[in-house]
Design a binder for this molecule. Structure first.
Ligand code: HEC
Ligand code: HEC
Length: 435
C-alpha cells in the first residue's frame, strides 16, 4: 500500500475509532460519556488540522500570485516552457492529478513533451507540484507557488520527475534560480536591491539546483567573500517535531519561519511581525523596506499557521531503504557516534539535535560565519539528522560545502582531533545513512 493511502487509512481509522469510542462512552453514561468525548477532542482536532495543513502546504498560494504572476510575470515565461524543460529544471509532476488518458498517452510517448501548450494543460490540471496556474478561458494569466515547490518531490514511480508526492522531502533537483531568471520583470528583486534585472538574473542563476537564498531580500548579500553564491540548500520539512529552533541558522520555530517565508519570500498576503529585521546593520534592505511588520487588509497567512505547523510536525522522516547501508558497520558507527566521535554531545538521539537550545557559534563547529551572520542568531543550528539519505544531492551543511557524508565526518575528525581511523570514519557514515 502506498504512503498516502496508508496515511488516509490511518486517518480514517482514527476518525472511526473516535466515533466508536464516543458513542460507546455516551451509551454507558451521559455524564461520563461527555467526559470521554472531551478527552477525545484533541485527536479529532489534530486530524482536522493535519488535513487542513496538508492542503495549505500543497495548494495554498496565500495570494502570492500577485507577486509571481502580477509583478514578475512568470506565467508569460512558463507559457513558453515545454514540459521537458520544466522537468529539467526540477519541477515535478503529481501523477495522481493526471487523468488516465493522459497517463496512457505519456506511457506510449504520444504526448509531445516539447510542446509548451502541454505545460499549460498540466498547470490547468494542477499537476505541477508547488505551482498553480490561474486561467481566463484558455489563457494562463497568472501563476502562484506553494510550500510544496521546494519542500516536496515525487517518488518517480511513473517516470523520472513524475510520481506520487513526497511531502517534506527537499527538492534538490529544483533550480529555483533558473526558474526566477526566466521572469520578464525582475524589478521586484532589483528595486529593493538597487540593481538591474540583468544583475538579479546573474545572482539567481548562480544558485544552482536545490538552493535558494531566503536572506537576499533582507540583507542584499548575494555572494560570499570567496565569490560563491550566498544561497543555502533546501532542508527537509519532515522529522521536525521536538526540534527547538529551525532553519540552518535557527531563526525561530516552525511557525515563525512559515510566516516569514509565506509573507517575505513567497510574496503571500499576510501579517508578519519580526522586529529583529529593523536591525539596519544586519538587514539593511529589510530595515529600509519596513519588512519587520506587514499588515495587509486581508490576512491569508495567519489563519493557516496552526494547521501548517501541525502538518509539518506530523511528517516523519522516512526510513532508509533496506539494503542502502551496511548494518554491521552502522552498529559499530552508532557506538562511535556517542563514544569516541562524540557526535551525540550535540546530535542527541532520537531528535539528533539538542533537546533544549540547539545553536552553536561558527567557531564551535569549525566553519566560517558568513551565513550565521545573516541570521539574528549569529549561529548555526544543530541539524536533525534523520532522513539524511533523502538529500544527498547538493551535499551537506547549509551550503553543501561537504559533498558527501564522509567529507562531513573527515571535517569533524580533523577539527575535533577525534583520531578516528578510516574504517571508523566509514562506520560512522554507515550509521548516518541508517538514520
Ligand atoms: C523557494 C523555495 C522555498 C519555498 C517556496 C519554501 N521554502 Fe521552506 N525553506 C527553503 C530554504 C532554502 C530553507 C532554508 C532557509 C535557511 O535556513 O536560511 C527553508 C527552510 C524551511 C524550514 C526549516 C526546516 C528546518 O530544518 O528547520 C521549514 C520548516 C520550512 N522551510 C517550511 C516551509 C513552508 C511551510 C513553506 C510554505 C509556507 C516553505 N517552507 C516554502 C526553501 C523554500
Ligand atoms: C558542537 C556541536 C556538534 C557536534 C559535536 C557535531 N555536530 Fe554535526 N552539526 C552541528 C551543527 C551546528 C550543524 C549544522 C551545520 C550547518 O548548518 O552548516 C551540523 C551538521 C551536521 C551534518 C549535516 C546535516 C545536513 O543536513 O546537511 C551532519 C551529517 C552531521 N552534523 C553529523 C555529525 C557527526 C557524524 C558528528 C560527530 C563526528 C557531529 N555531527 C558532531 C553540530 C555538531
Amino acid at each position: 500500500m502506498h504512503r498516502d493511502d496508508r496515511a488516509r487509512l490511518s486517518l480514517l481509522s482514527l476518525i472511526l475509532l473516535n466515533l466508536v469510542l464516543c458513542s460507546t462512552a455516551f451509551a454507558e453514561d451521559d455524564r461520563r460519556g461527555s467526559k470521554a468525548h472531551e478527552d477525545l477532542r484533541p485527536f479529532a482536532n489534530a486530524s482536522r488540522l493535519i488535513a487542513e495543513g496538508r492542503d495549505a502546504f500543497r495548494f495554498d498560494t496565500f495570494g502570492d500570485e500577485a507577486f509571481w504572476g502580477g509583478r514578475l510575470r512568470l506565467h508569460e515565461a512558463l507559457a513558453e516552457v515545454p514540459p521537458s524543460t520544466a522537468l529539467a529544471v526540477g519541477l515535478k509532476l503529481d501523477v495522481q492529478s493526471l487523468p488516465r488518458g493522459l497517463r496512457r498517452g505519456l506511457k506510449r510517448g504520444l504526448i509531445d513533451l516539447d510542446d509548451p501548450a502541454v505545460t499549460a494543460a498540466l498547470l490547468e490540471l494542477n499537476a505541477v507540484v508547488g505551482v498553480t496556474g490561474f486561467f481566463e478561458g484558455e489563457d494562463l494569466v497568472s501563476v502562484g507557488v506553494q510550500c510544496a515547490l521546494c519542500h516536496s518531490t515525487v517518488d518517480d514511480s511513473f517516470a523520472p520527475g513524475i510520481g506520487r508526492r513526497l511531502d517534506g522531502w527537499a527538492n534538490r533537483d529544483l533550480d529555483v534560480g533558473t526558474i526566477i531568471s526566466l521572469a520578464p520583470d525582475l524589478s521586484a528583486f532589483g528595486g529593493p536591491l538597487g540593481v538591474s534585472d540583468d544583475d538579479v538574473r546573474a545572482v539567481v542563476r548562480s544558485w544552482g539546483p536545490g538552493k535558494f537564498d531566503a536572506s537576499l531580500l533582507l540583507d542584499g548579500k548575494a555572494f560570499r567573500e570567496d565569490g560563491k553564491p550566498g544561497a543555502v540548500l533546501i532542508p527537509p520539512a519532515f522529522g521536525l517535531a521536538g526540534v527547538n529552533l529551525h532553519t540552518w541558522t535557527g531563526w525561530g520555530s516552525v511557525s515563525h519561519w512559515n510566516a516569514l517565508v509565506a509573507n517575505l519570500e513567497m510574496g503571500g498576503q499576510g501579517t508578519f511581525i519580526d522586529k529583529r529585521l529593523d536591525d539596519a546593520e544586519r538587514f539593511p534592505i529589510a530595515a529600509r523596506e519596513g519588512a519587520s511588520e506587514t499588515r495587509p487588509e486581508v490576512d491569508r497567512v495567519s489563519p493557516k499557521l496552526a494547521a501548517l505547523q501541525l502538518y509539518q510536525l506530523a511528517l516523519e522522516a522516512p526510513k532508509p531503504p533496506r539494503h542502502s547501508f551496511d548494518r554491521r558497520a552502522a552498529k559499530r558507527g552508532k557506538a562511535l557516534f556517542s563514544g569516541q566521535a562524540n557526535c551525540a554531545s550535540c546530535h542527541v538521539a532520537p531528535l539528533f539535535t539538542e533537546p533544549g537550545h540547539n545553536l552553536h557559534t561558527p567557531e564551535e563547529i569549525g566553519i566560517d560565519s558568513f551565513q550565521a551572520d545573516r541570521s539574528p542568531t549569529g549561529a548555526y543550528r544543530t541539524s536533525p539528522l534523520r532522513g539524511l539519505w533523502t538529500h544527498e544531492k547538493g551535499g551537506y551543511y547549509h551550503d553543501g560545502r561537504f559533498a558527501t557524508l564522509l567529507e562531513v565526518v573527515e571535517h569533524y575528525n580533523d577539527f575535533f582531533a577525534l583520531d578516528l581511523n578510516p574504517e571508523q570514519q566509514s562506520d560512522v557514515v554507515e550509521y548516518l545513512k541508517s538514520l
